[in-house]
Design a protein around this ligand. Structure first.
Ligand code: SF4
Length: 316
């Protein structure tokens, strides 16, 4: 049996607000294996980015996290900030979601990339190393690019630079938070190809957090679907898109432009007042009395295929 590289074990995340404590992530357990590309999908506010940031301990100081996050033999939530600084960038790297604010506007790309690889041991030719990375993600004029400033690059180019900044430090795990947000179709394609090439060449594991279903479908091996802080379905990407089981997944797929843009009923719940039972019940066309009263169990309806819905609760 393969050993997971990263495990979330019953992870919950809470944030204090003036209206009470908001629970952004609810009892999520999930394993990521070496070399795979795992996608977390769901609407804004479903908790997918919060879960990703938990692994890096990058949540605001007032956040409260319970459960366990294991990376190899380390229990990440038990590490001090000093110990986490050794993990971030070297073992787990974040590719942030906003290239405009994540790159320093007054520093050349070369300076920023050199900083990202400063801890890589035995690198004699840093410039050559960076050029090889730029070529790996299909930049045609890598030397010219190294001497450019961020304002001279398009949104898609900046996102690919951020991808290199994460990957060139040779981490075992990359977390890409909305890597294609705000990009046009061509730039999205370039970023997806860059991520795919990087994983292929380095063997790194990739956790992609995205609301872009096309990106999830074309890039990921396995996918987890989150709704109102909970994982509601997990499957391999092909099966999930061919036969979605959870009614929320089904509704997400039906809302795609290629499926006729059928709008989903209702809206995401207020996380300070989530519905009882199955949190999706106010929007679900199959809801019954039981769905309003009880939380459906996490059910393995076929080998390695999981769903949290009473429609499948007896399929074990
Ligand atoms: Fe719908 Fe009930 Fe399944 Fe929830 S448990 S998704 S309300 S059928």
């Amino acid at each position: 049996m393969m050993k997971p590289l990263l495990s979330f074990e019953h992870v919950s995340c809470y944030f204090p607000t003036s209206f009470g404590e908001l629970q952004a992530v609810r009892d999520v357990s999930l394993d990521l294996y070496e070399g795979e590309i795992f996608g977390l999908i769901g609407e804004t506010g479903s908790g997918k980015s919060v879960l990703g940031l938990t692994a890096l301990q990058l949540l605001p100081e007032n956040a409260r996290v319970t459960g366990e996050v294991r990376f190899e033999s380390k229990s990440l939530l038990q590490l001090s900030e000093k110990e986490m600084r050794h993990v971030r960038g070297k073992e787990i790297a974040l590719i942030p979601q906003n290239p405009a604010s994540s790159l320093n506007p007054v520093l050349k790309i070369r300076t920023q990339l050199r900083e990202a690889v400063r801890h890589v041991k035995g690198l004699k030719d840093k410039e050559g190393y960076l050029v090889s990375w730029l070529q790996a993600v299909s930049f045609p004029y890598p030397f010219k690019l190294l001497h450019s400033y961020p304002f001279q690059l398009s949104g898609g180019m900046k996102q690919r630079i951020l991808t290199i900044m994460g990957a060139a430090g040779q981490p075992k795990l990359l977390i890409a938070d909305e890597p294609t947000k705000g990009l046009d179709a061509l730039a999205r394609h370039d970023v997806v190809e860059a991520l795919r090439n990087i994983c292929r060449q380095t063997g790194a594991t990739l956790l992609v957090i995205t609301h872009d279903l096309h990106v999830a479908q074309t890039l990921c091996n396995r996918i987890g679907v989150m709704y109102a802080g909970r994982l509601v379905e997990r499957n391999d990407a092909d099966s999930l898109f061919a036969t979605p089981r959870h009614p929320y997944t089904e509704a997400l797929l039906l809302a795609r432009p290629t499926a006729g843009m059928n709008p989903m009923a209702g809206s995401s719940p207020n996380l300070l007042q989530v519905p009882s039972g199955c949190t999706f019940h106010p929007r679900c066309p199959y809801a019954s009395e039981k769905c309003i009263e009880e939380l459906p169990p996490w059910t393995e309806y076929e080998r390695e295929k999981y769903v949290r819905c009473f429609l499948y609760a007896s399929c074990t």
